[in-house]
Write a protein that binds this ligand. Sequence first.
Ligand SMILES: NC(=O)c1ccc[n+]([C@@H]2O[C@H](COP(=O)([O-])OP(=O)(O)OC[C@H]3O[C@@H](n4cnc5c(N)ncnc54)[C@H](OP(=O)(O)O)[C@@H]3O)[C@@H](O)[C@H]2O)c1
Length: 232
Amino acid sequence: MTTTFITGANKGLGRETARRLVEAGHTVLLGARDPQAGRRAAEEVGARFVQVDVTDEASVAAAAADVAAHEGAVDVLVNNAGVSGAHVDVPDLSADDVAAVLDVNLLGVVRTTRAFLPLLRRSADPVVINVASGLGSTRLTHDPSRIESTVVAPAYTASKAALIMLTTQYAKALPDVRVNVVDPGYTATDLNGHSGPQTVTEGTDAVVRLATEGPGHGSGRFLDRDGEIGWS
Ligand SMILES: NC(=O)c1ccc[n+]([C@@H]2O[C@H](COP(=O)([O-])OP(=O)(O)OC[C@H]3O[C@@H](n4cnc5c(N)ncnc54)[C@H](OP(=O)(O)O)[C@@H]3O)[C@@H](O)[C@H]2O)c1
């Protein structure tokens, strides 16, 4: 049985990932910062709710301790929790505005991965999946045929670019763990006022593939639902 912990899974892509992985037979631990929303989503998809605010070191440690006490190990960690940040014009964009986005989208992944690594190392096939974005890709944001090239969102794009690099660095540093990163694609969720053309099911294809592909696949890859995204 595969045990999978997902952050930010009370709604949107995280909730759909939880639903699909329960359907695929995983034991899913549905992480959410709001207990009411988390418990409701967990009940709906057949997962176990675990409270976690990825900006709070103590909350992340408590989540890992809870999972250690109940499941004892984790096979797949999905670092999904993310925020878009305040929409602020660049002349007014403050370091605090950017720090708030990095705190969730980048440092949240550092905190969660660090706390869960001992549990992942109890698995025969440990997997970390980071949910980044095409908006963090230098290649896609410079390709005029791509929607990513039309977006100006400095804090969000910088946080996802850093997350992509963090992933490839962790992949090199942790040869015993498969660490990969996905671009879900532009998907209708609360993050973008439901403007994205994809459904949450389409938006979770890449993460579900990485969570279910099994041993023997590579680390340090960047995938969308169509396969590998090139680096340049
Ligand atoms: N939708 C897209 O088009 C798209 C495209 C590319 C990448 N992504 C990425 O996909 C991931 C999921 O986004 P989504 O589109 O599903 O957005 P969403 O519906 O807004 O969901 C975001 C989730 O992250 C949680 N979260 C935010 N701050 C948190 C914190 N400090 N601790 C724990 N959880 C926290 C939210 O919890 P609350 O409900 O408590 O706020 C929510 O569950 C994000 O990393 C996003 O950047 C989305």
